[in-house]
Write a protein that binds this ligand. Structure first.
Ligand SMILES: [Zn+2]
Ligand SMILES: [Zn+2]
Length: 916
């Protein structure tokens, strides 16, 4: 009863209580050891090998803070070098990091698959050797093409890369001779000393190199002697070949005087990824706190997706300026650019690297690039589109692009002007700030390494499209939409949200993106012309010159289909070169359709303009997803959530202290060593906790220790039995929500508690095939459940899998070329050889065609009596969570809340993906 009062008074969560119970019931727990004061417990922190928190004074502008506060304040920071040392010493992390040349891969998912890594000597190859000659990126060479021509080609070394098989290759930007120019240009340019740089990239082997060639790029210093001049770039725009000035190109970044150790040691190049977010800390925001977070691009995508692999750098205090607060970080990165020795595991390692990418919300992102914000006349950080050009598809972004070296000159011109008002006038006509961002002291290209974020971009566009679509509906249209939405069969892992028509403002960006994955289906189920406002309907019909009302409906759905398909494609975690082209076309089509149907809402929209730059960003970083801030924003939200628990006087210091404790605990939990002898005991004590099964509730569901996925079941109905399957890589199997008699009877799998004869034979087959156990089967008793969860161990660690009856899973069977899909109809356990084994029962989908309006493949669910395939499988067949979504292909017999399931047709949801 005392515990009940305590739990109620302090609102102790069930997870917290479970943790306490696991300590109290532990065999080694003794009441006399209990520490009486919470202060003494908190003092344990002092024994941890914490990172040093640095601080420096920053000015506080008085207009942003209450008048009583001081004019300067301490800003607290971690050193980047300390973070690097931590991750390189962490046994769980250090083997997961990649340090090496950029890789030219068919399927791109990591930062090292992107052009920035490939091209920059900070991260990738600095040079290569061939026949005793050293070749550097940016140099011109003569080379042969093996396949077609006999005449040698001239090209610029774009990057030195490796392929997936560790073979060194050269990526060449090829040139044209005047004889190869289109005829309209060739006539006036008959000059055998001139070449034209193209945007065609080709990959050659070292053996194809003939020699170096001296080429004068006309906008650079004239060399003493040269063989060729390049004055223009030949490029494609709107399917036409055009010429632009040679100065309109992105330069290769060079390292000035790279210092290196004079002895041989392992070299490691660190790719830093900085994220900056401003956050309001109280509900009525007049204070905001800026957070700076660091990630390492050397980690694989899978690790970067984990919350705990986002490292806090520091906070920009209330009222403080980014420019002041960032100083220590800049010094750290400059130190990294020069390189230094570090001792890791008793070995000397040469560490170097740099800032590879900076991300932020849209407005702050423009600050980081030194450009004005979106609402300015030239408010794009990547190109010089004016407000009228923003959504003009014919606008030539290569010709009117922003190029780092040209922006440098523009900044100088601004500074040269005599007074402030003239400076302001020039800066605003160029869309620039008065002075460059302090990050420009680092080696980086301000326009390339500040990509626009697809997460905000697509959520922003979706929000606008939703409002525009809802705006077309009459009152009864809204009611119908809401009813269909409410009963829509969403994936089981989604939580229910409030009515989107009335409560869209309360949606998180990830909720808005989820909504876009089902809207095309909802519209197709309910949209008819009498649900649209008369004048809106007529307006669209006339503007687009459509023959009937039905065409209007059709176009609206098609527009949504295009939007949702494009979003899914842009968020792909792996991309090929062909995908880049497909995405480009999809983005153009999306833009065109949005402008056709909703011109008032979309023309001139900066978010839609970003479409023009997404593919370039994707090529720079491998995928567009790699630049998405969705997870980074969650990290920021966690810190925000801690604010109410601090003393609110020195929020920044409390937050950074807490993060320090958490990351240090995490380091020790991961098995990191503490160099100071006396604390070995703490490290050992922590290892004992990790390895103690009885104490697992302490570490469960904590972002510091486990993956993103949190367990969502009510803990009341957990069956704690020892369940196994045919391979040891699947463990910790738990089943939940046992079926009652009514549920069992509905499905006909069993007679009483025993499998029916058909399934009993199938089960014997499953044992034979997957367990290689052909022994006689006697026991046919089984228990059915609604849910199952387990942990799968793979090369990269552990994956938590949760499956429920009704989920659709993709199964890739050996010997098959295409994935097959099946719906889980039942989950059961069966006892054999005194162990419980877990199985699933499938109904299989069979592909039969495509729905051309929705652009989704159509499937038919095989009826149990006609199936040719096995239906019982051990759970070892499924090593991941459900990642596909199927939707009923309703006909007239379906009701909004009840589907006619004798109609066995379904559509595979092609708009479904994991945005976060
Ligand atoms: Zn632009
Ligand atoms: Zn239906």
């Amino acid at each position: 009863m005392a515990l009940f009062i305590w739990v109620t008074k302090h609102m102790i969560s069930s997870a917290a209580y479970e943790g306490l119970v696991s300590i109290l019931l532990h065999e080694k727990f003794r009441v006399e050891d209990v520490i009486k004061s919470i202060r003494s417990i908190k003092r344990f922190r002092n024994g941890l090998p914490l990172l040093t928190i640095k601080s420096h004074n920053v000015e506080i502008s008085s207009k942003d803070t209450p008048s009583t506060s001081k004019e300067s304040k301490e800003a607290y920071f971690f050193s980047v070098t300390d973070h690097i040392k931590r991750i390189l010493s962490n046994p769980k992390l250090k083997n997961d990091l990649y340090f090496g040349e950029g890789i030219e891969s068919d399927s791109k998912s990591e930062f090292w698959h992107g052009e920035l890594w490939q091209r920059s000597p900070l991260f990738g190859a600095e040079c290569c050797h061939h026949n005793n000659v050293i070749y550097y990126p940016g140099e011109f060479i003569r080379y042969v093409r093996y396949d077609t021509e006999s005449q040698p080609r001239i090209g610029q070394i774009y990057a030195i890369v490796k392929d997936d098989n560790d073979r060194l290759l050269i990526k060449i930007c090829s040139t044209f001779f005047y004889t190869e120019l289109p005829r309209t240009y060739a006539r006036s340019r008959q000059d055998s000393r001139q070449l034209w740089l193209t945007e065609n990239l080709e990959i050659i082997e070292l053996s194809q190199i003939i020699n170096k060639v001296s080429v004068w790029l006309y906008d650079t210093q004239q060399p003493l002697s040269y063989e060729f001049i390049i004055k223009e770039i030949l490029y494609y725009h709107n399917a036409r070949l055009l010429l632009r000035d040679i100065s309109l190109r992105h330069h290769h970044s060079t390292l000035s005087a790279l210092s290196r150790p004079d002895f041989h040691c392992r070299r490691i190049k660190i790719f830093c990824d900085l994220y900056f977010d401003d956050f309001g800390t109280y509900r009525n925001v007049y204070h905001s706190l800026g957070g700076l977070y660091l990630q390492f691009g050397n980690m694989k995508l899978k690790s970067r997706q984990k919350l705990r692999n986002h490292f806090l750098v520091g906070f920009v205090p209330f009222g403080g300026k980014f420019e002041d607060a960032i100083k220590l970080f800049i010094q750290d990165i400059q130190h990294l650019e020069r390189g230094f020795l570090m001792t890791i595991d008793n070995q000397q390692v040469w560490i170097s690297g740099g800032l590879g990418i900076t991300t932020a919300d849209l407005p702050q992102g423009n600050d980081l690039a030194g450009t004005l914000r979106h609402n300015a006349t030239h408010g794009c950080r990547t190109c010089k589109a004016s407000r009228d050009d923003l959504t003009d598809i014919s606008f030539d972004i290569s010709k009117h692009g922003r190029y780092h070296h040209l922006t440098d000159i523009e900044f100088e011109n601004i500074q040269c002007l005599p007074n402030r008002s003239q400076k302001h006038a020039l800066a605003s006509s160029l869309g620039l700030r008065l002075i460059p961002n302090p990050l420009d002291q680092l080696i980086r290209d301000r326009h390339i390494s500040t990509p626009q974020d697809i997460f905000h971009c697509f959520a922003g566009k979706a929000n606008r499209l939703l409002i525009a679509t809802f705006g077309l509906l009459t009152n009864s249209g809204e009611d119908t939409f809401t009813r269909i939405w409410k009963f829509f069969e969403v994936p089981s892992c989604w939580s229910r949200r409030q009515n989107p028509i009335t409560h869209l403002a309360s949606y998180f960006m990830s909720d808005i993106l989820r909504l876009t994955m089902i809207i095309p289906f909802i519209l197709r189920r309910c949209l008819t012309s009498d649900l649209l406002k008369r004048e809106a309907l007529m307006r669209i019909k006339e503007r687009m010159d459509l023959r009937s009302h039905n065409y209007v409906i059709n176009r609206i759905i098609k527009c949504w289909v295009q939007f949702s398909l494009t979003a899914r494609m842009v968020f792909s975690r792996t991309l090929t070169n062909e995908n880049y082209e497909t995405i480009q076309k999809m983005l153009e089509l999306e833009c065109k359709m949005l402008l056709e149907i909703f011109p008032e809402q979309f023309s001139g929209l900066p978010n839609l303009h970003i479409n023009r730059h997404i593919v370039a960003h994707a090529k720079t970083y491998g995928t567009a997803f790699n630049t998405s801030v969705s997870i980074k924003e969650m990290v920021h939200r966690i810190h925000k959530g801690v604010v109410p628990h601090t003393n609110k006087k020195n929020v920044e210091f409390d937050l950074i202290k807490r993060d320090n404790t958490l990351q240090t605990l995490r380091y020790l939990l991961d098995g990191g060593q503490d160099i100071r002898f006396e604390h070995m005991i703490i490290g050992q004590g922590i290892q004992n906790i990790v390895n103690d099964v009885a104490l697992r509730p302490l570490l469960d569901n904590w972002y510091i220790t486990s993956s993103l996925l949190s367990k969502t079941y009510d803990d009341d109905d957990v069956e704690n039995t020892n369940i196994v399957t045919c391979i040891p890589e699947i463990m910790d199997i738990n089943v939940r929500s046992k079926w009652n008699k009514h549920q069992r009877d509905q499905e006909n799998f069993t007679v009483g508690k025993h499998l029916n004869e058909y399934f009993f034979n199938e089960l014997a087959n499953a044992y034979a095939e997957y367990y290689n156990d052909r022994g006689a089967m006697i026991n046919s008793k089984v228990e059915f459940y609604n849910n199952i969860s387990y942990v799968v161990k793979d090369d990269d660690g552990f994956v938590d899998v949760q499956l429920s009856v009704g989920d659709v899973v993709d199964v890739f069977e050996e010997g098959e070329t295409e994935e097959s899909y099946a719906i889980i109809k039942g989950i059961f356990t069966h006892e054999r050889s005194r162990k419980l084994h877990a199985f699933v029962i499938f109904d299989w989908f069979e592909k039969i065609g495509e729905n051309t309006l929705l652009k989704c493949p159509k499937y038919r669910l095989q009826a149990s009596e006609e199936t040719r395939w096995n239906r019982i499988f051990p759970i070892s067949l499924i090593d991941h969570n459900s990642r596909v979504h199927f939707v009923h292909d309703c006909n007239g017999d379906c009701n909004y809340d009840r589907h006619n399931l004798s109609n066995r047709y379904y559509l595979k949801n092609m708009y479904y993906y994991l945005a976060v």
